[in-house]
Write a protein that binds this ligand. Structure first.
Ligand code: FMN
Length: 161
């Protein structure tokens, strides 16, 4: 699958098969994701693999679609608001790389913002000055949701003289 195909095939998956996903495979996508752009080579991402005990406590209403692998993606703090924003942007680029790598391999990812809530940060032992980019569930899709059409990009463009 080339990059254009992976971009267009990626969906936020809501329901996964029970088939296991090899940790090595996930690590290979995380490794690839770390080639995301990041200003001053801060490499601000950190990954927390979420085990069953923590997962239950997170109490997600759909159990992250029963995804067999669950991880939290964190972005490290910085000494200024600008640098912190840049870290978050870099970590979000990491997330996109990761999703595309998983999609190209025939798997899928669900992205949940549940981890940002104060009590869930505490459950995941996230230090106070870190940003939680998301909780990502990974697995083989049981259902692939239809594409959600996007606004033509020409409607979001302007030109300066
Ligand atoms: C920062 C961020 C947070 C998100 N949080 C959630 C979430 O909590 N629950 C959810 O169902 N989807 C979440 N999503 C996924 C979006 O809902 C999804 O990408 C969007 O509906 C478009 O669908 P698609 O990804 O299948 O194209 C999140 C996406 C981003 C970028």
């Amino acid at each position: 699958m080339d990059v254009m195909d992976a971009i267009m095939a990626r969906r936020n998956i809501k329901k996964f098969k029970t088939d296991p996903v090899a940790r090595e495979q996930v690590l290979s996508w995380l490794e690839a994701a770390s080639y995301a752009p990041n200003h001053r080579m801060t490499e601000p991402w950190e990954i927390v693999f979420i085990g069953p005990e923590t997962r239950i406590k997170l109490n997600h209403k759909a159990n992250f679609g029963d995804a067999p692998v669950l991880l939290a993606l964190l972005s490290q703090p910085a000494s200024s608001q600008l640098a912190r924003d840049e870290n978050v942007i870099a970590a979000a680029s990491f997330a996109q790389n990761f999703q595309l790598a998983a999609t190209a391999a025939g798997l899928g990812v669900t992205w949940s913002s549940l981890g940002a809530a104060a009590h869930n940060r505490e459950l995941m032992e996230v230090p106070g000055d870190y940003d939680v980019i998301g909780i990502l569930g990974i697995g083989y899709p049981a259902e692939i949701p239809p594409v959600k059409p996007r606004t033509p990009i020409t409607e979001k463009m302007r030109e300066l003289p």
